[in-house]
Ligand binder design. Structure first.
Ligand code: BG6
Length: 490
C-alpha cells in the first residue's frame, strides 16, 4: 500500500501573501492591500479615511465606517505590498520547488491584476501575461499548477462601490473573471479551486465577540452568492475544457472534538461541524443545501435571497473534487472553557492531549486521518490536502543553515497520517503544505511566523535582502518526495 504512484506532492501559496508588486503593470487595489502588519497579540487593521476626511483603522475582520474609503496612511507598514517579491523572483522560486521534486504547486491569481476594478470588460493584458509566464515556467519542470481563483483579495472597487459579496452582481463579475482564466490558460492549467476556505465566513460569528445578528444575515447571504458564483464557474470550466478538474476548498475540515463525553458536548460539536463546515461542502459537492440548513437559518433568523435559478445552478455546478486546509483541531464544550486554543478561525477549547505551537495551534496528525475518513465517507470524491504546516520562528545560522527539526516532525506526522488514511481506503490525490516558501502570515501579517521549506530573509518590519535559503526541511521533504512518502526519518 502506501501512496499511489501518481500522488501529487507539492506546496501552496497565495498571491497577496507572496507576490508583492502590489501596484505594478496595471494591477488594481485589492482589499488586502490595505491590511497593516500585526502580531500574535495585536490585530491587523484596515486603514481608511472617513467621509469627513479623518484617518482611521478597523480590525481587518470588521467593516470600516459607512462612507469611509480604504487608504494607505503614513506611519503604517503594509507587508503585502512587497510580500516576498515572488512577482520578480518566481523563476528562482520555481527552480527551488523543482529541486525539491514538486509535482504540483498551488498558487492563487490576484483578481485585481486581471481586472483592476473588477467591472471592466477587457482584462489587463500585463496581468494575464504574468501568470502565463509563471505557468510556462512550471511546465518546464513538469509541475502542475493548482490555481485558486479567489483567495481573500477582492478588488477594492467591488467592495466599496458595489458592496462586495453582499451584492448579487458580484456573481456576474466573478464568472467573467473565471471565464477569462479558463480560456487563457487552457493547456497550461488543469486543476482549479473556486474560493479559498469558502466556509470561513460562516465561522466569523464564533470568532468575534458580540457579533451582531445583522452581520450573520449578511455573512450567510454572501456565502450563498459565492456558492452560486462557484457553481456557475464550474459549469463554465467544464464547457471550456471537459478535462478541467475543479474543486471546492474548505477551511479546517471536521477538526473539532467534543471536549468531554457529555452527550451535550457531542451534540453541540455536531451542530458546530454542520454550521461551520458541512453547510458549505454539502452545497458544493451535492448541489443543494443540506437538511439542517433550515435549522441554521431559523436559529440565526436568516432570510436568504435564493431563486429557483440559483438552485438549478447549484445542482449543475457540482465540484469534481474536495480539497481542504488542515492545520490543527480544537474542542467544543457546553461546560466552562478553562483555556482557549488558537487556530485557523476555529478557536475552541484547548485539548489536554495535544501539544501547541507558539501561536497556540495544536499538533494533531490523528485529526487529519480522522477528517480524511470523515470527508471521504461523506462524499466519496477525490480529496486533496491543499494546506497544512507549522508556523514557527526559524533561526538563520551564520553558515546559512536553518535547523527546523520541529517542522520536519510536524510534516512527518501528517504524512504518516495521510498514508494511514490511504490505507483506510481514502482516495487522496495530493498534498500541498502551506507556505512552502516563507511568506506573509494572513492572520497576523508577520514574516516571523514561517511555514516554508525555503527561508526568505525578510523580517516583520520589512528589512532583509529577500535572499532565499534552504532549510533542513527542504532536504528532508525532497527525500520524502523522491521516495513517494517512504522515507520519513532523518
Ligand atoms: C489559511 C489561509 O487560512 O491559513 C492562508 O488560506 C493562511 O491564506 C493560512 O496563510 C495560515 O494562516 P496564517 O495566519 O498563519 O498565515
Amino acid at each position: 500500500m502506501g501512496f499511489p504512484e501518481d500522488f501529487l506532492w507539492g506546496g501552496a501559496t497565495a498571491a497577496n501573501q507572496c507576490e508583492g508588486g502590489w501596484n505594478v503593470e496595471g494591477k488594481g487595489m485589492a482589499v488586502s492591500d490595505f491590511y497593516t502588519a500585526g502580531t500574535v497579540s495585536e490585530p491587523r487593521f484596515t486603514t481608511y479615511i472617513t467621509k469627513e476626511g479623518v484617518p482611521g483603522k478597523a480590525n481587518m475582520f470588521e467593516t470600516i465606517p459607512e462612507g469611509a474609503y480604504r487608504a494607505i496612511l503614513d506611519g503604517y507598514y503594509y507587508p503585502y505590498h512587497e510580500g516576498i517579491d515572488f512577482y520578480h523572483r518566481y523563476k528562482e522560486d520555481i527552480a527551488l520547488f523543482a529541486e525539491m521534486g514538486f509535482k504540483i504547486f498551488r498558487m492563487s491569481i490576484s483578481w485585481a491584476r486581471i481586472f483592476p476594478k473588477g467591472i471592466e470588460e477587457k482584462p489587463n493584458q500585463e496581468g494575464i501575461n504574468f501568470y502565463r509566464r509563471v505557468f510556462e515556467e512550471l511546465k518546464k519542470y513538469h509541475i502542475e499548477p493548482l490555481v485558486t481563483i479567489f483567495h481573500y483579495d477582492l478588488p477594492v472597487y467591488l467592495e466599496e462601490e458595489l458592496g462586495g459579496w453582499n451584492n448579487r452582481e458580484l456573481i456576474k463579475h466573478y464568472v467573467k473573471y473565471a471565464k477569462v482564466l479558463f480560456k487563457e490558460y487552457r493547456g497550461l492549467v488543469k486543476y482549479w479551486l473556486t474560493f479559498n476556505e469558502i466556509n470561513n465566513v460562516a465561522m466569523m460569528k464564533n470568532l468575534l465577540p458580540n457579533y451582531p445578528s445583522s452581520k450573520i444575515q449578511k455573512d450567510f447571504q454572501l456565502l450563498h452568492y459565492e456558492f452560486v458564483a462557484s457553481a456557475k464557474a464550474v459549469q463554465v470550466a467544464h464547457e471550456i475544457d471537459p478535462e478541467y478538474v475543479v474543486g471546492c476548498m474548505i477551511a479546517g475540515g471536521p477538526s473539532r472534538y467534543p471536549l468531554t463525553c457529555d452527550p451535550k458536548d457531542v451534540l453541540l460539536n455536531q451542530e458546530m461541524l454542520q454550521e461551520n463546515v458541512y453547510y458549505a461542502s454539502d452545497v458544493m459537492v451535492r448541489g443543494e443545501y443540506p437538511y439542517f440548513a433550515e435549522r441554521v437559518w431559523k436559529k440565526y433568523q436568516i432570510e436568504l435571497d435564493i431563486t429557483e435559478e440559483d438552485r438549478k445552478d447549484l445542482q449543475k455546478g457540482i465540484v469534481d473534487m474536495v480539497t481542504y486546509s488542515y492545520y490543527c483541531t480544537s474542542c467544543t464544550t457546553t461546560h466552562e472553557v478553562k483555556e482557549k486554543a488558537g487556530g485557523n478561525l476555529d478557536m475552541g477549547a484547548k485539548n489536554p492531549y495535544l501539544q501547541y505551537s507558539d501561536w497556540g495551534w495544536s499538533f494533531d496528525p490523528d485529526g487529519l486521518r480522522y477528517s480524511l475518513n470523515e470527508f471521504y465517507g461523506r462524499y466519496q470524491k477525490p480529496l486533496m490536502i491543499v494546506e497544512n504546516g507549522l508556523g514557527a520562528i526559524d533561526i538563520l545560522e551564520e553558515d546559512g543553515r536553518i535547523h527546523d527539526a520541529y517542522r520536519i516532525e510536524y510534516i512527518r506526522g501528517h504524512v504518516e497520517a495521510m498514508r494511514k488514511a490511504i490505507e483506510d481506503g481514502v482516495d487522496l490525490r495530493a498534498y500541498t503544505p502551506w507556505g512552502c516558501i516563507d511568506l506573509v502570515s494572513a492572520s497576523t501579517g508577520e514574516m516571523k511566523k514561517r511555514y516554508g521549506f525555503i527561508y526568505v530573509d525578510r523580517d516583520n518590519e520589512g528589512n532583509g535582502t529577500m535572499k532565499r535559503y534552504k532549510k533542513d526541511s527542504f532536504y528532508w521533504y525532497k527525500k520524502v518526495i523522491e521516495s513517494n512518502g517512504e522515507y520519513l526519518q532523518d
